[in-house]
Design a protein around this ligand. Structure first.
Ligand SMILES: *[C@@H]1O[C@H](CO)[C@@H](O)[C@H](O)[C@H]1NC(C)=O
Length: 279
């Protein structure tokens, strides 16, 4: 397997305090190192990453659906929509509600027929769902955003790698680049009537406001669908400590509730440290 160093993808991160020994592994930030041996411990396997991913799916109610606009002819779109010309093949990402109501690795989505994501699918688009892990608590110790100060260098302060969290106004009080995220590629499949009751109850439990656009409502035509996962692309965090790459979809689907209930993601509990490897 060939790994490429992709330092240029992350110039902002790479420019901070590269002289610090802790930040040395940033050279592997967007790819796994050749020997798959983290300087901080063992890099999780693709299977262990699948278990973490299935926990993210179970605990994350929002995602971004990506579809592409159809190439002409645009027969599926009416003239009054006034879509700008020349969008055929252009990808569109939109946030949507997601739930894990079947516990088989295929996300549950409430598709509103007039929503662009689902119109694109009906017009032949492929679809993927991106989700990212959001920690419940800010870490106690953060990766410092700026370079180490001259004071730190001279007097041996924190060395520029960590700083105690204090700013409650920070809307992203953690290193999101170091947290797991994935994209699930696949296709939509209508959920059969016999399964609707359980799925509907599960979805509304996760998203109480969705009760207004359940199938049969008087405003929008809608239906429950599952995203049948055919490929999984995973970025577990910085490549020196997390797996980055494809996960076998069979592996993704083989994960049981018992499996994902037994693991924890970074920041599920208070008092965590951004640099620690949690496996
Ligand atoms: C969907 O993906 C397949 C590859 O799996 C590709 O052949 C096809 O052209 C894609 N469809 C669109 C509309 O891009």
């Amino acid at each position: 397997m060939r790994f490429t160093k992709a330092l240029s993808l992350v110039p902002a991160l790479a420019s901070c305090s590269t002289a610090d020994p802790v930040l040395g592994p940033l050279s592997h930030i967007a790819s796994n190192p050749e020997d798959s041996q983290s300087v901080l411990g063992r890099i999780p396997t693709a299977h262990e990453s699948a278990v973490l991913g299935r926990r993210i799916l179970a605990l994350t109610p929002l995602g971004t659906l990506a579809t592409v606009f159809p190439n002409p002819p645009d027969g599926h779109y009416s003239a009054e929509e006034r879509r700008p010309a020349g969008l055929g093949g252009v990808p569109l990402g939109l946030m949507d509600y997601v739930a894990d109501c079947e516990d088989e690795g295929n996300p549950t989505i409430l598709a509103i027929n007039i929503a662009t994501s689902f119109k694109n699918v009906r017009a032949g688009s492929n679809i993927s769902l991106a989700q990212a892990w959001t920690p419940r608590y800010a870490p106690d110790k953060r990766i410092k955003s700026g370079p180490a100060s001259l004071w730190d260098w001279i007097f041996g302060g924190k060395g520029g790698d960590e700083v105690t969290s204090s700013n409650g106004a920070d809307s992203v009080p953690y290193s999101a680049a170091n947290l797991p995220r994935y994209s699930l590629l696949g296709y939509l499949e209508k959920i059969e009537a016999s399964e609707l009751d359980g799925v509907s109850a599960c979805f509304v439990k996760q998203h109480p406001d969705a009760k207004y656009w359940l199938p049969g409502n008087r405003i929008h035509e809608s239906e429950f669908v599952r995203l049948v996962v055919t490929q999984v692309y995973w970025i577990g965090g910085f490549g020196d400590r997390a797996y980055i790459g494809w996960i076998d979809p069979a592996d993704w689907k083989s994960v049981t509730r018992k499996d994902w209930e037994a693991v924890r993601l970074p920041g599920e509990k208070k008092g965590w440290d951004e640099w620690r490897v949690e496996m």
